[in-house]
Design a protein around this ligand. Structure first.
Ligand SMILES: [Zn+2]
Length: 74
């Protein structure tokens, strides 16, 4: 589980990143990956993480590494 990443200056686990994007607790999260686009607000790198907010759903969350921008693809 060495895929913790730095987001806004803090080291986060995939689950912590997913919960921050979702704004609620999540059941499970996959590894953090680099998204193939830059932040629309500040132009910095965006991370993506796939996660399950509940048993029957899967979201892909996006979070800028440098600013508060985030998005959810349900
Ligand atoms: Zn940004």
């Amino acid at each position: 589980m060495a895929d913790n990443r730095v987001v806004e200056g803090r080291m986060v686990t995939p689950k912590a990143l997913a919960e921050r994007i979702e704004g609620d607790s999540v059941m499970d999260a996959e590894g953090i990956e680099d998204a193939d686009f830059d932040c629309p607000d500040c132009g910095e790198s965006v991370l993506s993480v796939g996660y399950m907010p509940g048993v029957a759903s899967f979201h892909t969350g996006y979070k800028c590494q440098e600013c508060p921008w985030s998005d959810i693809e349900a």
